[in-house]
Design a protein around this ligand. Structure first.
Ligand code: PLP
Length: 394
């Protein structure tokens, strides 16, 4: 598939993307850039990736016509059940793919950074599976806030290293990971958790997650006789579940793509993560994109009740989808997401992740035509958010 929504040969989507990295990292990133497509297209990789997605992760995930939700909103609403994946979310599609790529490159040691701990757990999981050393960098503040995920990572055999500089959160953990990678260029692979980072990471992660939209097309065809829905809705933190759910529809401009960001306490409240509204062009995590920054270019700490959407930027593909208006960017507040989560639980018996609830939260804001076919990507399950749900239940 070659289109204007694919990364160009320099690693850009329009003006966004590229690789803004310290010179010392150049050989590592170049090695990956030179090899990722060759590896991913090899028969050996394809065979192992498909096998693990099927028998380890549990794919294909169902595409479920949510009858009562559909009745309520007057459209045919399908849920893509990424919540049913092993480890409870879409993130494992990416970590399985990248761990196989790391192995093909002969790497012995995996590093990652994590904010809420979800990507750390997905990385520690595949490292246990592949018997590879795993080091996860995590802000000291986040280690305290996300104790259950820290415990999971340790149980899985990972070493969790606290980042103690700056605000002691995700961006500081990212700095630590990059520093480690510079110091260990030969044997170490840096496993990034979303469609962010220097080229080729955004493209590589989008391709690994594209299994979501590939399945949606086949499943819709089987269930409705048509492989294209009218709309696809997904939440956006860095943007990997949305990239996966949009991927095989990017060139079908009759399919509306709706990306939902976290508005926290309100877009303009000062406590928000609505990057497409509040962000400006800059460099974050090694790529040119839009991010929330102050007048001096310093990253503004984002806020969302949902840990997975609490990110100050969006990946370069999404920056381009937003600028080119190929995708519609919407947002939902903490409260709207909570309400949507309680609603789905009560009328469908599915407790969604708080992140995924942001995607559901735009359903009341949309005007559907009769028989409109809508797919909502249910990126994860809500077990990890139970404490938040119980605390906020009225
Ligand atoms: C991490 C996470 C997200 C946000 O990450 P993306 O890269 O934007 O997909 C969304 N949903 C769930 C369940 C997550 O764990």
């Amino acid at each position: 598939m070659k289109s204007k929504f694919q990364v160009d040969k320099n690693g850009y989507y329009g003006q966004f993307g590229g690789a803004f990295i310290p010179e010392l990292l150049y050989p590592n990133v170049k090695e990956l850039e030179d090899n990722y497509l060759k590896i991913m297209e090899s028969e050996e990789f394809q065979k192992e990736f498909k096998y693990l997605l099927k028998d380890y992760v549990g794919r294909p995930t169902p595409l479920y016509l949510a009858k009562r939700l559909s009745e309520k909103y007057g459209a045919h609403i399908y849920l893509k059940r990424e919540d049913l994946n092993h480890t409870g979310a879409h993130k494992v599609n990416n970590t399985i793919g990248q761990i196989l790529i790391a192995k093909h490159l002969g790497k012995k040691r995996i590093i990652a950074e994590t904010g809420a701990g979800q990507h750390g757990v997905a990385t520690a999981t595949v490292c246990a599976l592949m018997n590879l050393e795993c080091v996860v960098f995590m802000g000291e503040v986040d280690i305290k806030r996300q104790a259950p995920n820290v415990a999971r990572m340790k149980m899985l055999g990972a070493k969790v290293v606290p980042a103690i500089s700056g605000s002691k959160t995700l961006k500081d953990a990212t700095n630590e990971a990059i520093r480690d990678w510079i110091g260990n260029p030969e044997d170490t692979y840096y496993l990034i958790g979303s469609v962010v980072g220097p080229h080729p990471y955004p493209d590589m992660v989008a391709r690994l997650q594209s299994v979501i939209s590939k399945e949606i097309r086949a499943q819709l065809l089987e269930q409705t006789g048509q492989e294209k829905p009218d709309s696809v809705i997904a939440c956006v933190g860095g943007g990997s579940n949305a990239a996966g759910a949009f991927y095989h529809f990017l060139d079908d401009e009759d399919v509306e793509l709706i990306a939902v960001e976290a508005a926290g306490l309100g877009v303009y409240s000062g406590e928000s993560a609505a990057t497409s509204v509040l962000g400006e062009v800059g460099v974050l995590h090694g790529s040119k994109t839009i991010l929330m920054q102050d007048e001096y270019g310093q990253v503004i700490e984002p806020y969302s009740l949902s840990a997975g959407l609490d990110y100050p930027g969006i990946g370069p593909l999404h920056a381009f989808l937003n600028e080119s208006k190929r995708a519609v960017f919407m947002n939902a507040t903490d409260q709207e997401a909570l309400d949507a989560a309680y609603e789905l639980t009560r009328i469908e018996g599915i407790i969604p992740a708080l992140e995924s609830a942001h995607a559901l939260a735009v359903l009341p804001k949309l005007d559907f035509k009769k028989n409109q076919v809508v797919v909502v990507n249910l990126s994860g399950r809500g077990d990890k958010d139970l404490e938040t749900y119980i605390k906020n239940l009225k």
